[in-house]
Design a protein around this ligand. Sequence first.
Ligand code: ATP
Ligand code: MN
Length: 462
Amino acid sequence: MLSHTLIKNLLASTTFGTEVNARGWVRTRRGNKNIAFIALNDGSTIHSIQVVAEMSKFSEDLMKKITTGCCLSVTGDLVQSHGKGQTVEIQAKQVEILGEADAETFPLQKKEHTMEFLREIAHLRPRTNTFGAVFRIRHHLAFAIHKFFNDRNFYYLHTPIITGSDAEGAGEMFHVSTLNAANPPRNPDGSVNFAEDFFGKETNLTVSGQLEGELGALALGLIYTFGPTFRAENSNTPRHLAEFWMIEPEMAFHDINDNMDLAEEMLKYLVSYVLEHGADDLQFLNDRYDKELLARLRSVTEKKFARITYTTAVDMLTTSGKTFEYPVKWGSDLQKEHETFLVEKHNAPVIITDYPREIKAFYMKQNDDGKTVRGMDILFPWIGEIIGGSQREENLEKLQQRIREMKLPEKELWWYLDTRKFGTCVHSGFGLGFERLALFVTGMSNIRDVIPFPRTPKNAEF
Ligand code: ATP
Ligand code: MN
């Protein structure tokens, strides 16, 4: 038997008359008692190849079993197609059913299914055109991230998934333990004795690789992480997952302006990369769901991002004449509705800097005004916050003072503070939520639909 050829390559081929073998899953079948037209898709591209089978050449039993969802190996001649919208098809000479799919119970039918229903069959939804497109785009984005950083002399650093520090977690961490939950060993005062736990201390799933990333930057210069992060926040929104992937570059000798420049360049690069390499899939999503998608993506690659301070943002909001559900006041965090207003007002992505220190993490570089820190959030059209970052506080005393003010476990952070004792320097970094980026690029409306197997409150099937 011939070794099989990817359908993506067959569709691009012009060597008509040659015998080929394709393998994939039946998307649709139509025809009559003389001839069957089978749309075969193998996931290599959004496009299916048409297989033409003359009924008389095959047994009745075989032809009966060719239903939506079954897996086929088809051998035949590659010929020019006269059907509209396709250039090549396969004139079948041999058809083998590799895996039958019971037509009565196969849940993906020709009619359109809701996204909610498809989430309930997350094990099969990759077989739809929509999810095939989304997951191929997800791949292109992931690949582009590594390429972007590798081309710019960054090293990929693997930070731990299980962490012993909860300085960043603020009660939103998943505990990791091998103790018997029903009957854990206890201290005399009744509290759980974690000294007997697997790691000899309390441990959690990481919410961010940043603190360890900083250790890397102060040795390798330019690093990035790209791994899973976990947040036990009970936010049932279309933009939050309990398990999501984060990209966190960390750069020695970069101040907040260098940080913004890198983030803007990266986002433009990633969107441009997918416009080029995921063109077919994006076109499909554009036509099917969101006619503005391609225009919105191009606009992000072309427009200069607006850069304003938090104080300016608050002024713009309070003088806008608009009433917001959440009132705007200097010192409180911006809500989604405020972010949306600012992005629409600028008609471009917006980078907000110099936030009140009370609403930001302890490690952000303190400004001389004593009130604000050199944090930066990047707000995107459609989704709001896509990146959170900052210049890091490199001064040991200021960092310790902030840790004490915020009542954080200073002792546990000894290794982090050591970097400020031994060869500290100006440095910066940020975190990009991978699924927020995928949400923006695909134009899907819920973050659960851009990750193969979403983890959200009360949902960890599959
Ligand atoms: P938000 O205010 O939207 O909850 P955050 O301030 O908690 O975001 P950071 O802690 O700064 O976010 O995390 C960095 C990035 O990670 C965010 O800009 C966002 O892109 C992404 N992110 C944060 N939380 C989630 C989540 N629960 N699910 C998916 N992505 C997330
Ligand atoms: Mn959050």
